[in-house]
Design a binder for this molecule. Structure first.
Ligand code: FAD
Ligand code: FMN
Length: 431
């Protein structure tokens, strides 16, 4: 081989290697990001619709095993789907048998009569919870829509009841974190069910989270209850502690809920427990500058507090308006001093508290529920949200989350409401 040929060959091999390495890096990056810039070269895909991240973890695990990409529903279009040969959906069910927020748009589009996928093979992996009446309802609804669109189911629907991040087992997402309880304080008094602030020292100093993230707890073996319980983290790592706000849950028969009782009653200061910190992207702050309207009741204050603290850490930030609902004005004023301080220092632009059980002398006409306040402040809310504002709803799904959802639909009208959902500006941290 001449010198010229040797140099040419070396050059060719170097360029080929660089192209191959760039392609591998691109595919890896794309798999990690869950976004697809270009789907034209894909024949198989895993698509996930997830509210609190569990379906996303499972989808990414399956994608790694099958060496294909995992992509969120809201990154996928009907055109992308037409070009595929094979798709696996990994989806949870939210609300009352509904799609998670990031699955709503595509699911609606799949219902159009013009949608036709004669070539496409699909399967559904459905995540749900049998304590809800419509177990895995969204998984079944999606299966029906795909069959109606002429696609072929290559594997029967796979159902998972309360599958946890730990069971899915993608190591870096579900590493247990040791937490030492250092403070346990009741935030209310009187007849309402106890609301507690819990403060834990994080013994694993490498643990990280951000506002909106969750922590899962497994009950001690003696309880013989294998199901994890989830709590919204109420603090940011910069505070040096992990805080929770926990309602002492009462069941219909008057007995306390198992995990909330364990956390607020059985555990004592100094005890060390394992928690599993979990990313909850739906409730992350999109940016520091857009206006945010926080609507919360009761323990929903956890999701409020972490975001307010994250914005405070950032220094300069956009306006925050909090509408907070509780029961009794004299007895239910959790974190009253901290809320007042946020208002006085300008961290909160506006604070509206409403109480559902105020006496007639306090006011006959004042709004009693957060949804009443939304209706009363309709024009101001519209103005506030117009400037790329975000809405976060934190607390119990029944009935607060449901009623607030209806009030927001009424306030914005169908088109604007759908736009807020599609643009990820309406975040539901409800449970
Ligand atoms: C994403 C997320 C975030 C959460 N954040 C918080 C928080 O910050 N603070 C807080 O106090 N709680 C929070 N929860 C609720 C918490 O996980 C537990 O559900 C709650 O503490 C009750 O658990 P328990 O073991 O005390 O009650 P259990 O012993 O589980 O008893 C509760 C009873 O109600 C039923 N039940 C439980 N949950 C529901 C439900 N959602 N809808 C209908 N029936 C139900 C059960 O079947 C049972 O009969 C959150 C839940 C989720 C999913
Ligand atoms: C507010 C709320 C509503 C839910 N509604 C249902 C339901 O109607 N049917 C069901 O099977 N599971 C329901 N679930 C349970 C979830 O689907 C289940 O916990 C799932 O593993 C969550 O996955 P994700 O983290 O990917 O969203 C609901 C959970 C929450 C928090």
């Amino acid at each position: 081989m001449s010198e010229f040929q040797s140099i040419s060959l070396a050059l060719f091999l170097t360029v080929a290697w660089a192209v191959w390495a760039a392609r591998v890096a691109y595919v890896q990056r794309r798999k990690k990001s869950g976004k697809l810039a270009d789907l034209s070269s894909e024949s198989s895909l895993i698509a996930f619709a997830s509210q609190t991240g569990t379906a996303e973890l499972l989808a990414k695990k399956l994608a790694a095993q099958q060496d294909c990409a995992a992509v969120a529903f809201d990154q996928l279009t009907l055109e992308h789907m037409s070009a595929l040969e094979n798709i696996t959906f990994v989806v949870s069910t939210y609300g009352d048998g509904e799609p998670p927020d990031n699955g709503r748009k595509l699911f609606k589009q799949l219902g159009r009569s013009s949608v036709h996928f004669p070539r496409l093979k699909f399967s559904v992996v459905a995540l749900g919870d049998k304590t809800y009446p419509d177990f895995c309802a969204f998984g079944y609804a999606l299966q029906q829509r795909m069959l109606q669109a002429g696609a072929t189911e290559f594997k029967s629907i796979e159902l998972h009841d309360r599958i946890t991040a730990e069971e899915i087992g993608t190591a870096n997402h579900v590493k247990p974190v040791s937490l030492r309880l250092i403070r346990q304080q009741r935030l209310n008094k009187g007849p309402s069910d106890g609301l507690f602030e819990l403060e834990f020292e994080v013994l694993d100093k490498t643990a990280v989270w951000q506002a909106g993230d969750l922590v899962d707890f497994k009950l001690p073996n003696a309880y013989q209850d294998p199901h994890m319980r989830t709590y919204s983290i109420a603090s940011v790592p910069e505070e040096g502690v992990l805080k929770l706000i926990v309602r002492q849950y009462k069941q219909e028969n008057g007995e306390f809920g198992v995990c909330s009782k364990w956390l607020t009653f059985t555990l004592t200061e100094g005890d060390v427990v394992d928690g599993y910190i979990r990313e909850n992207k739906v409730c992350h702050l999109e940016d520091m500058h857009s206006p945010i309207l926080k609507i919360a009741t009761g323990s929903g204050l956890a999701g409020v507090r972490s975001q307010v603290m994250q914005r405070k850490q950032n220094g300069e930030h956009g306006p925050i308006w909090l509408i907070y609902g509780e029961r009794y004005p004299e007895q239910d004023e959790p974190l009253a001093d901290e809320l007042q301080q946020w208002l006085e220092e300008g961290t909160l632009k506006q604070l509206d508290k409403v109480f559902s059980r105020q006496s007639i002398s306090q006011s006959e006409t004042a709004p009693r529920y957060v949804q009443d306040k939304i209706a009363e402040q309709a024009q101001e809310i519209q103005k506030f949200i117009q400037q790329n504002g975000h809405i976060y709803v934190c607390g119990r799904h029944h009935s607060m989350g449901v009623e607030v959802d209806l009030a927001l639909q009424k306030l914005f009208g169908e088109a604007e409401y759908e736009r807020l959902v599609d643009e990820h500006r309406y975040h539901r941290d409800t449970y």
